[in-house]
Design a protein around this ligand. Sequence first.
Ligand SMILES: Cc1cc2nc3c(=O)[nH]c(=O)nc-3n(C[C@H](O)[C@H](O)[C@H](O)COP(=O)(O)O)c2cc1C
Length: 311
Amino acid sequence: MEKKSFSSGLLRVKLRDDFILESPIMPASGTFGYGDELVDMIELKYYGAIISKTITLQPRSGNLPERICETSCGMLNSIGLANIGVDRFVREKEVFYSNFHGKRIVNISGSCEGEYLEVIKRLEKCEWVDGYEINVSCPNVDRGGIAFGTDSHVLRSLIGKIRNNTDRFLMVKLTPNVSDICSIAVAVQEAGADAVSMINTLYGAAIDVERKKPALGRVVGGYSGPGIKPVAIALILKVKPELDIPIVGIGGICNGEDAIEFFMAGASAIQIGTAHFSNPAVAKDIYNYLVNYCAKEGISSIEKIVGVALR
Ligand SMILES: Cc1cc2nc3c(=O)[nH]c(=O)nc-3n(C[C@H](O)[C@H](O)[C@H](O)COP(=O)(O)O)c2cc1C
C-alpha cells in the first residue's frame, strides 16, 4: 500500500487540534468494507481518513436476503451490521490500518451501553486506532443502533460514558429519522463529542412488482445515494448554527460540486458512500475537483468556504 498522501495543504482540515486530515474526504462506513479488500480497486491516497464498517462486540451475520435493492435515485440496504466482531477486527486488520497514511477511525455499535463500552475498551489497546465514529443511527437492526440515536437523554448518557473512556477523536453519526435533529446534535456536543457526522440512511422501502413482495427481506431498509442529498443539506443547514463542534457531511455525494455544496452548507469534511458502487474513483475525482476549485476561486484552503451559505 502507498503509505503517503500527497496533499498540498489546500485540502487540509482540522476536526480537533490534534486531529488534522490532509484530505477532507473519507469513505462512509459500510460502503468500503474494512478498506483492505479494496486496495487493488481504489487509490487510498485521496482519503484523509479511513472509516471501518460498523464493528460490534460479537460477530454478526446480518439480515436475511434480499439485503440490497437499486432505486431510481440511489439504493436501499438492510445489511444489518454484518461484521467480524471486534476481536477478529483487532487481530486481522492491524497491519492494514497501521500502514494507512491518514487517520484511522473505527465505526462501532452495540445493543446496550455496556457493549459500546466493551468494544471501546478493546480498541483502546490498539495504538493504530486514532478515533471512533459512534453509530447510533442504523435503521436495520432490532436492538441498539437507531434506538440510541433518537432519544437525546439516552444518547447523552451513552456518549458521556464513552467520552470518559477515551481521549481519542470521537464523532457521533446522526440519523435523519428524528423530528428534532438539533436537540440530538446539541446533546452529543454537550456529552463531549468532538464532531458529528450526518446523515445516516433514511427509512425506505420498495416493492418488487414481479414477485408482488417487498424488495428487501426485512421490508424496510436504509435509503442512500443522490436522492437523499437535499435532505442531508437541509439538516446540516439546520444543525450548523447550533453547534461549535465540526460537522462531517454525508448523503448522496457523487462529485465535486456535491462536495462543495456540503462545505458551503457547513460541513468541515465529507464522507462518500453509495457513489463508490458506481464509481470506485469517486474520491480521486472529488479531490482533483476541490484542488482546481480552490485555485479557480483563489482560496488558500477549502476551510474558507465552510458554512459560507449561512453567512
Ligand atoms: C450498503 C450500505 C451499508 C452501510 N453500512 C453502514 C454501517 O455499517 N455503518 C454505518 O454507520 N453506516 C452504514 N451505512 C450508511 C452510510 O455510511 C451513509 O451514512 C449513507 O449511505 C449515506 O451516504 P451516501 O448517500 O453517500 O451513501 C451503509 C450504507 C450502505 C449503502
